[in-house]
Design a protein around this ligand. Structure first.
Ligand code: SF4
Length: 587
């Protein structure tokens, strides 16, 4: 670790007593690097066993890694907590300026405990911590406005992060997100609701520290090497040009794009909502997380006329990417690009996770279509595929929860289907609504076994495509081994904390070399051992909180449609889960 590195400082904030203090733990950051590695250790320590996710004792833990603010595209921050959506390990990653601001403020971790009696926002500027009254911000209808007000109140313009929740977090929607700056999110697993339960409307962080390296020349060389491969790599170019929405057309052509609650694997209107269509018709600008030369965040400019005045328009800037187009587009049968942008905007205004929202509404639409729900449950809405105006109203109702049905829908599709039926087509895995890949069995084995049940866990969808291209057989042991090997390395990347889009640039060799700048001698084997330890800690926590591989439920719907490998074999999925379990137990 470089001399005087402040990464070892952990800032504790106790909302109940309005106190804060700093503890130093150099060993923790030496053994677990930072990010996910440190967060899971702190979660074990700070989160009491069996706690209700909305208990004041459920901590919201934010961590950064040793590469943040030092090397390019180490631009993410990790959050860990007990998830209100799954009732188990909650892990969410966010970018924007969050990681760089926290590192420059001089902390490796922030642990928020307790609950405030009245709404607050926490402002951290270097060593100063303030509990600011947020009563006027609480209940504000748009998350954009909250950001704008805080921007004017707080110092640190240009170097600060402003992370805030929307109405969804205040209303404890189990899949409410935390928005960082504008257009970036700690999207998954309900971090927004955990902060809402603590009456925290926002967290602002800024800092002005700097770093000194013993071997400045090695730092410059290594930095240059990473930077060069980021800007020259063909892999990163595609993120800059079309962004992740480039996936829509190829996945649709291969018939693996989940459509209308996965009643179909192909969307006839995909062309209208493809990355190409958005780029040509709407792309307003591209932005980047701090310290990232790639700039993959695509922002659409949607020009809308005022109702009462001719030739008057307002322009809404709306960020889009693959997962949003899948979950609020093809999954809901929405083929109007304008309509889809309006849906995305409403999700952002309310502060919801777009994937969970889309999948929950897709399940509700199928329930309505089958006649399992009346308009009494849907509060008068006639949910129909493609009807984005009704979906916008439904999103507001998920947040407002005016009746039992929307109260259950606000808890996620598993809770809603266990009350109203339709579990066989409720598309969640381990309690978390599915991402947009119906590529084959490996994707689903990844969703269901992953530590946090997300496509970011182990890239199963990419193994489906690789296995298919290589003409490989679906051997359960090989499936389990591939997912676990990927997962071990991902623990390192998410401890540093590198954006996963750059996982091919941050090879083990580059990581080891960059560590030399930080005065560590860590080769691939050392790193893998650390990755393995972190992975094991995650499953230990999950098991502690009731997770059992043998009790995992798989919605029948995924077996009904063709994938890259034809219809998915239940037997292959079950045997792969069993092999995965054996491997995890042997760690
Ligand atoms: S590639 Fe995109 S998501 Fe990743 S750090 Fe850069 S701008 Fe952020």
């Amino acid at each position: 670790m470089i001399e005087n590195d402040t990464i070892k400082r952990i800032l504790y904030v106790d909302l109940s007593r309005r106190r804060f203090w700093v503890e130093e733990d150099e060993d923790l950051f030496k053994s677990y690097l930072g990010g996910a590695g440190v967060a899971i250790q702190l979660l074990h320590k700070e989160c009491p066993k069996g706690i209700d996710p909305f208990s004041p004792d459920n901590p919201a833990i934010f961590t950064v890694g040793q590469f943040n603010a030092i090397f390019p595209i180490a631009s993410k921050m990790v959050a860990m907590f007990k998830s209100p959506l799954t009732g188990n390990l909650g892990e969410s990653h966010g970018g924007g300026r969050s990681a760089i601001a926290m590192r420059m403020a001089g902390y490796g971790a922030l642990v928020i405990k307790g609950k405030s009696e009245t709404p607050v926002y926490i402002a951290i500027h270097d060593d100063d911590v303030h509990f600011r009254d947020a009563s006027v911000l609480w209940g504000m209808s748009s998350s954009y406005t909250v950001g704008r007000i805080i921007r004017e109140q707080e110092p640190g313009s240009g170097i600060r992060t402003i992370m805030r929740i929307g109405r969804a977090g205040e209303q404890l929607v189990s899949y409410a997100c935390l928005i960082t700056e504008t257009y970036r999110h700690f999207g998954r697993m309900g971090l927004g609701a955990v902060l809402g339960s603590k009456k925290v409307k926002a967290i602002v962080i800024s800092g002005k520290r700097s770093f000194k390296f013993k071997d400045q020349k090695l730092y410059r060389q290594t930095y240059k090497e990473i930077f060069k491969s980021l800007v020259e790599s063909p892999l990163m170019k595609k993120y800059h040009e079309l962004g992740t929405s480039m996936n829509i057309n190829p996945l649709n052509e291969r018939k693996v794009l989940p459509t209308k609650n996965l009643k179909d694997n192909h969307f006839d209107l995909a062309d209208e909502i493809s990355g190409e269509a958005f780029a040509v018709n709407y792309l307003g600008r591209r932005v980047a997380c701090s310290h990232c030369p790639v700039s993959c965040i695509h922002i659409a400019a949607l020009r809308e006329p005022y109702e009462s005045e001719p030739y008057f328009y307002k322009t809404n800037m709306i960020s889009y990417d693959y997962e949003l187009i899948y979950s609020l587009g093809s999954m809901l049968g929405v083929g109007s690009s304008r309509g889809l942008l309006k849906l995305m905007d409403e999700v952002e205004i309310q502060g919801l996770d777009a994937i969970s929202t889309g999948v929950a509404l897709a399940w509700a639409t199928e329930m309505k279509e089958r006649g399992y729900l009346s308009e009494k449950e849907t509060f008068g809405l006639n949910l129909k595929w493609g009807d984005y105006e009704n979906y916008i109203k439904a999103i507001k109702l998920i947040v407002e929860q005016p009746n039992d049905f929307f109260r259950f829908l606000a808890k996620g599709v598993i809770q809603a289907s266990s009350k109203y039926g339709g579990t066989e087509f409720a598309l969640a895995f381990g309690g978390n609504e599915m991402p947009g890949y119906h590529t084959g069995p490996i994707a689903y084995v990844g969703f269901i076994t992953g530590a946090r049940h997300s496509h970011l866990d182990s890239a199963g969808y990419s193994f489906d495509q690789k296995f298919k291209a290589a003409g490989k057989n679906l051997v359960p042991q090989e499936i389990a081994n591939s997912l676990i090997a990927e997962e071990k390395w991902r623990q390192i990347l998410s401890s540093l904390v590198i954006c996963f889009f750059a996982r091919k640039v941050y090879t083990p060799e580059i990581v080891s070399k960059a560590y030399l700048v930080l005065e560590y001698d860590l080769v691939y084997d050392d790193l893998l051992k650390i990755g393995e330890k972190i992975l094991k800690s995650k499953y230990d926590f999950k098991t502690r909180e009731g997770f059992r591989f043998d009790e995992l439920k798989i919605p029948h719907r995924i077996f009904e449609l063709e994938t890259l490998f034809g219809k998915i074999s239940k037997d292959v999925v079950k045997r792969s889960i069993k092999k995965f379990k054996d491997e995890i137990e042997n760690l």
